[in-house]
Design a protein around this ligand. Structure first.
Ligand code: 6GU
Length: 225
């Protein structure tokens, strides 16, 4: 898979790429690329944003700047790019990211993520340049970069080669294998610590009972949410 991130802060993603599962995915042939809006802005002095029409606080990322960045990075008109790959605008008002959307995005051969800053995007970016608008929750971030990293983290760990064990991504919280419920609790050694004991069933070696216990725990967690 290829993921391209459009941002004002490409250097922030160096830290992100140093995570083990991301490094594994890159070694397995997946590709992350970055484009800085400032490198393509048609405006002087690296300007990328402007004050909102109608007044109000804050600055808005300009549609001509994002269009020029898409055109400059891909070397063709943004309409053609949009017809070929999903272009996701990261915005607080977008579709909430959940495990189902992550699966959908992870199945794409290529993705483009557009990060906004300040008060956000000129709405024409969302309407005409992007194919999707995605939010990571009902709160406001100062910019889309952290949200892009959340999307990338969740997508990349579903890709073949990212995790050590293929099973770890399958039967985990909110996955179809657990019928959309959160994951069951995990324990490891020591079996007893300060009088806090690991549930007996997990030490029993009785695989069918362990499976049942985990299913039940997962189901209960799903109800209390
Ligand atoms: Cl994707 N962007 C911003 N700026 N704030 C958010 C968000 C995205 N998702 C939740 N809050």
């Amino acid at each position: 898979m290829q993921i391209d991130v459009f941002t004002l802060f490409p250097e922030w993603f160096g830290w992100f790429e140093s995570q083990r599962h991301v490094a594994n995915a890159l070694a397995a042939g997946h590709e992350l690329r970055y484009c800085s809006y400032r490198d393509h802005t048609p405006l002087s002095a690296g300007q990328v944003d402007d004050t909102p029409f109608g007044g109000g606080a804050g600055m808005v990322l300009r549609v001509d700047v994002v269009d020029a960045a898409l055109q400059g990075f891909y070397g063709r008109d943004s309409r053609e790019v949009r017809a070929e790959r999903r272009i996701v605008a990261l915005t607080a008002s977008g579709r909430i990211l959940d495990d189902g959307l992550v699966d959908e995005l992870a199945a794409e051969p290529a993705l483009t993520l557009l990060c906004g800053r300040y008060e956000g995007f000129d709405e024409r970016i969302v309407e005409h340049l992007a194919t999707d608008a995605v939010s990571i929750g009902r709160y406001v971030l100062a910019g889309g970069e952290l949200a892009a990293m959340v999307v990338m983290d969740t997508v990349v760990r579903k890709l073949p080669g990212a995790l050590g064990h293929e099973e770890s991504a399958r039967e985990e919280s909110f996955s179809a294998a657990l019928e959309g419920a959160p994951e069951y609790p995990h324990y490891t050694r020591p079996a007893e610590y300060r009088g806090w004991r690991v549930p007996e069933v997990l030490l029993s070696g009785h695989h069918e009972r362990i499976r049942e216990w985990r299913r039940e725990q997962s189901r209960r967690r799903g109800q209390s949410g």
